[in-house]
Design a protein around this ligand. Structure first.
Ligand code: CUV
Length: 636
């Protein structure tokens, strides 16, 4: 296999031959082995919802046009689609619940290993949730914030929407979503309703199903908004920090520990403990002590908050092990390939699962609970140090491939940078430059990598074209990882790729904010749950201009989306009014009705819609055209 047709990441191109030599299959090999993939599944036309099935609808119209129960293609496709949205919402919201429960216990004084590190942020959240802060202790406020947040999982009054969505979107948007009946009142109930209405013999109306799915997607937004905000209060709100990304951040002379997954509750403590255990690592022979590196969204979390370097993003997570110098990979939840423990077994690498509901065959399981966080983290770091002693020097192969990245652009950090230009009215410089056209518009890149695209390629091609057209670029998730690895999140990238007027704006802000040069070409806003940060910024802009989110020259793009979570994110992005590009054809095209619903139909209802285009250059052109259209409608 020519790996260059599967990945554009030079580290992957360097390490895949190592895997081949070792006779170990990678995600790219398994993709080949899956070809040709099932056409019914690709179109969304395979139904496995009951045991009379699986049933399939013939897309050419010759064979059966309904499943055994009578469900036709539109019902089958819609049910499959919204179950994915529900799964995505469940994943993000479970992550959020985990953080909220931990914060509630911090509030009760039950978790000595955790603290409220950002008291200002906690108070600002409390204000948004109408919780009093004057003359109260931080722990009391934390308890109330967490308790009110948890009401979003418990409220049974369907007329009262979830607190977090109410506190996060412009009034105009909330009113529209309320009228459409898609504002979630309870995350768990919304997910359960999707599972229930898609059971055999329930909701069969494609439009009704898709609207129910959109409510689930908005519950996903609610779950990620609260996850982000509570994490900031507990672990700190990100500020710009210079770090490095790609596999070359793994160090030969250090005990290398990769944290992989999503939830910062464990990785934060691992970072703390690692710095305390450096001398033990040195005594074991690792002259550079302990080196924590990140993968996927846990990587983004610790990168944004502490400048921990990012080893890689989703599709290349296996590559870290092929360096032969990864002593442990510690995982929590989501987007962790089950192949990893098997590959680790071929090396000296300790593969450690930590969440009782996320175990993997072949892994060592160290059960993580917040009340013993430091003790557990110490045990995990010790396993890594022990593994270091078992390294095989002959198999060490760390390609010297890494790029500088400036990360940490929370919405607070963006506002702080803007405030250096105009303290009284920080949004003014941004608004002025959008209105006068120096910034044509804003694009948010999100989502995963997929074997259905050349890894990281769509991200790079689209971003460079948009930047040339003076579009301000934001990124989260594995998209952010892709940009960081490929050197598009540094000042050199701004010099190389930004259009003249965008470059001037990024330089003015960067210099004024003390960066001694422009802001990076693409602002790293964090992990997937941190997409809520971009919405926060967009909401501030919309409120300032007294328009709705759908009026802004703002687009979203998930050019290599893959996970159910990404489907949920892309769907709420549509529901809040954003034209949302997908570079991978979603598994809905077996139904013209559903395809139309999420494109043209959604446009009529929400103002947002899906724009599917798998050619990245064409996608970029279309996104620029959409931004121009929005400007025209605004009269700017
Ligand atoms: Ni949550 S969801 S592959 S790690 S962005 Fe990365 Fe990000 Fe998709 Fe997963």
């Amino acid at each position: 296999m020519d790996i260059k047709i599967r990945s554009s990441d030079p580290a992957v191109i360097a390490l895949c031959p190592v895997a081949e030599q070792e006779g170990i299959a990678t995600v790219f090999d398994r993709y080949e082995m899956q070809q040709p993939q099932c056409g019914f599944g690709t179109l969304g036309l395979c139904c496995r919802i009951c045991w009379k099935g699986p049933c399939r609808v013939d897309p050419f119209g010759d064979g059966p046009q309904a499943g055994i129960c009578g469900a036709g293609k539109d019902t089958i496709v819609a049910r499959n689609l919204i179950r994915m949205m529900a799964a995505g919402a469940a994943a993000h919201s479970e992550h959020g619940r985990h953080i909220a429960l931990a914060m509630q216990r911090v509030g009760k004084g039950e978790l000595p290993d955790y603290h409220i590190r950002d008291e200002e942020k906690l108070k600002s959240i409390a204000g948004r949730l109408d919780i009093a802060v004057a003359d109260r202790t931080i722990t009391d406020i934390a308890y109330d914030v967490a308790t009110k947040t948890l009401e979003d999982y418990q409220n049974q009054d369907s007329k009262v929407p979830c607190h977090w969505i109410s506190a996060s979107l412009p009034a105009k948007r909330l009113s529209l979503l309320g009228k459409l009946g898609v504002l979630p009142h309870n995350i768990d109930a919304t997910v359960a309703q999707i599972m229930s209405r898609t059971h055999i013999g329930c909701d069969a109306d494609p439009e009704n199903l898709v609207l129910g799915g959109m409510r689930g997607a908005l519950a996903d937004f609610n779950g990620m908004a609260l996850a982000t905000e509570l994490s900031d209060a507990m672990f700190g709100t990100p500020k710009p920090v210079v770090t490095q990304a790609n596999i070359g951040v793994i160090k030969k002379q250090a005990v290398n520990i990769a944290v992989n997954g999503h939830n910062p509750l464990l990785s934060e403590v691992i970072c703390d403990i690692a710095s305390e255990m450096n001398s033990i690592a040195r005594d074991a022979g690792a002259s550079e002590g302990i080196n924590i590196v990140g993968i996927c969204c846990t990587g983004n979390e610790v990168m944004m908050r502490h400048g921990i370097p990012l080893a890689t993003n989703y599709l290349s997570q296996e590559m870290a092990i092929f360096t032969g110098a990864l002593d442990a990979m510690v995982v929590d939840v989501q987007c962790i390939m089950p192949s990893l423990p098997q590959i680790s077994e071929c090396y000296h690498t300790e593969f450690i699962t930590t969440m009782d509901e996320n175990k993997m065959p072949g892994a060592r399981h160290v059960s993580f609970h917040e009340d013993k966080a430091r003790e557990t983290a110490r045990k995990i770091v010790q396993y890594a140090i022990d593994a270091y002693g078992r390294r095989d020097a002959k198999r060490i192969n760390i390609p010297d491939i890494k790029q500088t990245a400036i990360v940490g652009f929370s919405s607070e950090a963006v506002m702080a940078a803007l405030a250096t230009l105009n303290a009284a009215d920080p949004l003014a410089p941004l608004v002025e430059n959008i209105v006068n056209g120096n910034i044509l518009g804003v694009a948010l890149f999100a989502g995963c990598n997929s074997t259905r695209a050349i890894q990281d390629e769509n991200f790079q091609v689209i971003a460079k074209i948009l930047a040339r057209n003076n579009v301000l670029l934001l990124a989260t998730g594995c998209g952010a990882g892709a940009f960081a690895k490929h050197g598009l999140m540094n000042q050199q990238a701004t010099e190389a790729w930004a259009g003249d007027s965008l470059k001037a704006v990024l330089t003015a802000i960067g210099v004024s904010a003390g960066l001694e040069g422009p802001l990076p070409l693409i602002l790293h806003m964090g992990s997937c749950v941190d997409n809520s940060r971009a919405v926060q910024l967009a909401t501030a802009l919309a409120d300032r201009l007294n328009v709705d989110l759908s009026d802004l020259p703002l687009v979203a793009s998930a050019p290599e989306a893959m996970s159910e979570k990404a489907i949920a994110i892309a769907s709420w992005s549509v529901a809040i009014g954003l034209p949302t590009h997908l570079g991978i054809v979603p598994q809905v095209t077996g139904s013209a009705v559903v395809t139309d619903l999420i494109t043209e139909g959604a446009k009529d209802l929400f103002g947002g819609y899906f724009l599917v285009e798998s050619d990245p250059a064409l996608a970029a052109e279309k996104l620029v055209a959409v931004i121009r259209e929005k400007r025209h409608a605004l009269g700017i």
